[in-house]
Design a protein around this ligand. Structure first.
Ligand code: SF4
Ligand code: SF4
Length: 427
């Protein structure tokens, strides 16, 4: 796709601003009614989903160009998808998320790129990870676990750790536990170790299309060689990339893609994992964008828009618009509810209406202040439920929450679902 492919959609924004708000029947009050971090933080229409659609329309009509000021607006967007979900309550045509993505891609093509994003991409090109850390250390997290190497042995399930879990020393324990848990439950799994590459999703969300295509090709080749039938990942960013972004650019993986919470949920229903010990805690669950509303399966559409009776515009055949309801919401909640003694309380903004953690779309790399502001808003919402901790299922969310809690000196805990489950297992 290209920005020009959205020319028709870009004209259909009615400037209604629905994309800034959670539907009022989903929430209890105004305090947590906003849906878009960018418009909430910067309070100027251009930052909203609708503002981005209007910007795209203006560029396509050649009425404006990408200036330095506009570049800043374009990249201060997590591509969290909340605008896409809320817009589709009232319309079927406008796709603010995809248009916001195309704006970033256009800015990159024109060389209007924040320096920090360039550093991230340079590091990726050099070392195959978004931190620019040595590629040779990618598999270090698995030292001593005796996991199979998919480059040497055939396995049923590929365990894809992702960049953040592989290189973030504070979070590594989660994937060591997760891989051991699956192995002990009888899953024939293996890892690519130092040969594992980035999924490419984070640079794609920062406007670099070509890099993700390269990593998608690499992943397809690796999967074919491994003979595996499933790929499981503990990272929601990677999950959303495999499930939606790869098919969107025509690179579908030829295996079943699962998030770790889906596979654990399946194993629990088969009695292969049993939480038994009490974990006395009240927690609230944060839906990661790329596991929830952005974790839906991609549905290709090659139809056309038609005007009916000179008034209503319809798609033919009917276009499956991304609404977010088909994301992964129940498996992590079922795991948490199965832990004895654990009480799960919900925030207002949940499931497809979830507030972003703030770390996506290159924002954590380029605009740390905005990323932390967004995370702080979520922690305040989590605390308002009376919970002792926020639980998530993505290392990027966990890292951003931990960073803001430390910076602000807040007294609040952050966990991955796997961490709490481990506390309730025997042994
Ligand atoms: S993007 Fe959608 S919800 Fe936002 S102003 Fe335009 S039509 Fe309204
Ligand atoms: S993708 Fe998220 S941050 Fe970007 S405009 Fe839409 S709601 Fe706002």
């Amino acid at each position: 796709m290209a920005l020009e492919d959205y020319e028709f959609e870009a004209k259909y924004c009615s400037r209604c601003s629905q994309c800034k708000w959670i539907p009022l029947n989903k929430i209890r009050g105004w305090r947590f009614a906003q849906s878009c971090p960018a418009i909430s933080r910067y309070n100027l229409h251009a930052y909203s989903g609708g503002g981005r659609v209007i910007t795209a329309n203006s560029l396509l009509q050649r009425r404006s160009e990408i200036t330095d000021e506009l570049r800043e607006i374009i990249f201060r967007c997590q591509l969290c998808g909340a605008c896409q979900v809320t817009c589709h309550l009232i319309g079927e045509i406008v796709e603010p998320l995809e248009i916001a993505r195309e704006l970033k891609i256009r800015a990159v093509e024109e060389g209007k790129i924040p320096l920090e994003i360039q550093f991230m991409v340079d590091g990726l090109k050099r070392e195959d990870n978004v931190f620019g850390e040595p590629k040779a250390k990618r598999g270090d997290w698995a030292k001593g676990l005796d996991l199979k190497d998919i480059n040497e042995e055939r396995v049923d399930v590929i365990f894809h750790a992702g960049c953040r879990f592989s290189y973030d020393g504070e979070l590594r324990g989660v994937i060591r536990d997760a891989a051991t848990l699956l192995k002990d439950a009888g899953v024939n799994l293996g890892i690519a170790g130092r040969e594992e590459g980035c999924c490419g999703g984070r640079v794609f969300d920062a406007g670099y299309r070509g890099e993700m295509e390269k990593y998608a090709d690499d992943m397809i080749r690796r999967i074919k060689a491994s003979g595996a039938s499933k790929l499981v990942t503990p990272c929601s960013d990677c999950y959303g990339t495999f499930k939606y972004l790869y098919p969107m650019i025509g690179h579908k993986l030829d295996v079943e893609v699962l998030h770790i919470t889906e596979l654990i949920d399946r194993l629990m229903s088969q009695g292969k994992i049993r939480p038994v010990k009490e974990v006395r805690m009240r927690v609230t669950y944060h839906d990661p964008c790329h596991l929830g509303r952005l974790g839906e399966t991609y549905e290709p559409w090659n139809g056309e828009w038609k005007k009916v009776l000179g008034q209503v515009t319809i798609s033919e055949p009917q276009k499956q618009i991304r609404r977010g309801a088909g994301g992964v919401y129940d498996p992590p909640r079922r795991i948490l509810k199965s832990i004895p003694g654990l009480e799960l309380v919900e925030m207002d903004r949940r499931r497809e209406w979830s507030w972003c953690c703030g770390a996506g779309g290159g924002v954590k790399e380029a605009y740390e202040d905005f990323a932390l502001w967004t995370a702080k808003e979520r922690i305040e919402e989590a605390r308002s439920t009376g919970a002792d901790a926020i639980v998530t299922a993505c290392p990027w969310c966990e890292r951003n929450f931990k960073d803001v809690i430390e910076k602000e000196g807040m007294d609040f805990m952050v966990y991955d679902v796997v961490e709490l489950l481990m506390q309730s297992l025997e042994g």
